[in-house]
Ligand binder design. Structure first.
Ligand SMILES: Cc1cc2nc3c(=O)[nH]c(=O)nc-3n(C[C@H](O)[C@H](O)[C@H](O)COP(=O)(O)O)c2cc1C
Length: 178
């Protein structure tokens, strides 16, 4: 199968996640078409047989270029088996209400676009303190304090569970094959 793997990223973690998705797809003998939605442009394959989209949550929403893409492509996305990987920090929270909140991040996207992903995966992202500017670092450090997340700003912290992610991709491909 040819699988469209589209992603948006702000700080790079979701690119890394989408690359891991594409690697898992190819490891199962399929072809992955990796596409950066934020860069726009054309994607060359006319009939992907399935799609996996990945996007990060920033200030409780997905990047607007990603939301527009999903709205625009909702009908073909809904016509093939499709999966959504939502990347956030709240999903790794020790508080159940916050995890619950993270599980609901995709709701608005789904209801606004009409896209109904067949499967959904929630992945924890990363804190890239070394790449934030002063203001962003200050805000995210405050957020991390409340969240009991690492506050050592001298380095980056990655929370993505790579094994769970490739397990999800395997499960999705099994389903997509029918
Ligand atoms: C400015 C900013 C705002 C964020 N807002 C949220 C948020 O509202 N909820 C959440 O769960 N995670 C939030 N995060 C965490 C991101 O989802 C996480 O850092 C993710 O790895 C970012 O992915 P990216 O590197 O692909 O942009 C925020 C991160 C930044 C830098």
């Amino acid at each position: 199968m040819i699988i469209f793997v589209g992603y948006a990223t702000v700080e790079g973690q979701t690119r890394k996640i989408a690359e891991a998705v594409a690697t898992a797809v190819e490891a199962q003998g399929h072809r992955a078409l990796l596409f950066d939605i934020t860069l726009g442009g054309e994607y060359a394959v006319s009939h992907p047989q399935a799609a996996i989209l990945c996007a990060p949550v920033h200030a409780a929403r997905y990047p607007s270029a990603f939301a527009s893409f999903v709205r625009q492509e909702a009908s073909w996305l809904s016509s093939v088996p499709s999966a959504f990987v939502s990347v956030s920090l709240l999903i790794r929270s020790e508080f159940e209400e916050e995890q619950e909140e993270a599980m609901h991040f995709p709701d608005a996207l789904v209801s606004d676009s009409g896209w109904r992903p067949t499967m959904m995966h929630h992945s924890a992202g990363a804190l890239r303190y070394t790449e934030y500017d002063f203001f962003k670092r200050w805000i995210i450090r405050r957020m991390a304090e409340v969240e009991n997340a690492p506050t050592d700003v001298s380095r980056d912290h990655e929370f993505t569970d790579w094994k769970a992610l490739s397990g999800f991709v395997g499960e999705f491909l099994d389903k997509a094959k029918g």
